[in-house]
Design a protein around this ligand. Structure first.
Ligand code: SME
Length: 168
C-alpha cells in the first residue's frame, strides 16, 4: 500500500467515504501481507475521522475473536463469539450500531471513555473471518451512512485479500 492519503474533511460524510474508498481501492495490495494491508486500513480510518477513538480488526480462530491490527489504546485481546458487540456481530453475521454503549447488555468496555460503537462482520461464503470495530467518545457517532460505506470497505477487503493466509 502506498503511504499517501488525501482527504478533504470539509466534504459531507458521504463524499469523504467516496474519496476514502476510491483511494483505498487502489492502495490495497493483494501481493503484500494481509496484516500490512489491514494495519494501514485502520490508520486511514483513524486519520480520516476525528470521531473515531479506536478502530481495529478482530480476527476469528476457533470460535474466538483475536485482536488484530488497530489504532488507539490497548484493547482486549480475545472476545468469545456471542460476547460483547464484536462477538454478537460475528454470531449474528450483521453490522451492529450501538448509539450508547451503556444501553448494550454485555458491551465490553476496553476504554471507559467509549460512548458509541459500530461493528461490521467480515464474511466470506457465509463464513465469519472476523470483524471491523470502530469506537467513539461521542454518543451516536455512527449512522447508516457509516454502515453503508464500511460494509462496502469490508466486502472489498474480503474480495481482494486472502484472510486464510494469516497466522493467528
Ligand atoms: N467494545 C467491544 C470490545 C472491543 S473494544 O471496543 C476495542 C465489544 O463490546 O465487543
Amino acid at each position: 500500500m502506498a503511504e499517501i492519503l488525501v482527504i478533504n474533511k470539509n466534504l459531507s460524510l458521504q463524499e469523504i467515504y467516496e474519496s476514502l474508498l476510491r483511494q483505498l481501492n487502489s492502495l490495497i495490495n493483494p501481493d503484500e501481507p494481509l496484516i500490512s494491508n489491514l494495519a494501514n486500513i485502520t490508520a486511514a480510518l483513524k486519520d480520516t475521522f476525528e470521531k473515531i477513538s479506536w478502530v481495529g480488526f478482530y480476527l476469528l480462530k476457533n470460535e474466538r475473536l483475536y485482536l488484530g491490527p488497530f489504532q488507539g489504546k490497548v484493547a482486549c485481546t480475545v472476545i468469545e463469539t456471542g460476547q460483547g458487540v464484536c462477538g454478537n456481530s460475528a454470531a449474528r453475521k450483521e453490522t451492529i450500531i450501538v448509539n450508547d454503549v451503556d444501553q448494550f447488555p454485555g458491551h465490553i468496555a476496553c476504554d471507559s471513555g467509549s460512548r458509541s460503537e459500530i461493528v461490521i462482520p467480515l464474511i466470506k461464503d457465509k463464513r465469519i473471518l472476523g470483524v471491523l470495530d470502530l469506537d467513539s467518545y461521542q454518543l451516536s457517532a455512527f449512522n447508516e451512512t457509516d454502515k453503508y460505506y464500511l460494509e462496502i470497505l469490508c466486502k472489498t477487503l474480503i474480495q481482494k485479500l486472502s484472510f486464510e493466509r494469516i497466522v493467528l
